[in-house]
Design a protein around this ligand. Sequence first.
Ligand code: NAP
Length: 243
Amino acid sequence: MKRVLLLGGTGDALAIARDLPAAHVYSLAGLARVPGDLACAVRVGGFGGVDGLTRYLRAEHIALVVDATHPYAAQMSRHAHDACALAGVPLWAVRRPEWQPQPGDDWRDAAGWTEIVERIAPFHRPLFTLGREALGHLHEVPASQHWTVRCLEAHPGHARATIIDARGPFDLDGERALFDAAGVDVVVSKNSGGRATEAKLVVARERGLPVVMLARPALPESDQSFDDAASARDALQHWLTRP
Ligand code: NAP
């Protein structure tokens, strides 16, 4: 029996996991909700770096790793690459294509936090959609700004920051209402790709607002790469039924 380890934490990964029979394993870091309705096994928590993952692959007789983590979860992807090489296990990756700017977009690239701060300096009401990262910088909110930070974490915020604990997908009407309520004048985003969190870019375009786009991290090579969950799922079904 060929066993698959699916590295998840994304909607794409969950879509693949829904088709995986009981012998296979869906792995989550432990930050997101843990689904309770999957046929496959679900494990939660880190493996303990490359060494831990290599040991896991060997002990659990894993024959294929599918990395369907978020494109900014670069550490997990690097560990998967290195551990698969050490254990002699093939690695597939689901890599959502980046969003591309459309006519009317005003995107400003940022390589990291320092550049984000520089790019938003002229604005007053940034909306951060980077995940938790902005929470570690709340002490830096300048007197001229009020930040709105949307992430998967409950947090009291403070006088110059509002924290919204919300999970996508987000639709256009909801995003328009958020932009209105928060008075957003600049958006800070990862280039996550996919549909679930794209609406904020449409609203920024509608309103002529700039988007500060954090560059994607470099990701390792894989034996096969897929743009979306559907193509990875088809290839996986084929691989599982192949003798
Ligand atoms: P990361 O920096 O690449 O990984 C940090 C550590 O978390 C890894 O070294 C690993 O610990 C553990 N880990 C990550 N993904 C795991 C998985 N699927 N199964 C088991 N352990 C995992 O990851 P991150 O950016 O913190 O993201 C954590 C999780 O949230 C990922 O599963 C990712 O798909 C999901 N997510 C991330 C983002 C984002 O923007 N970064 C957005 C949406 C969802 P060990 O070294 O101990 O193995």
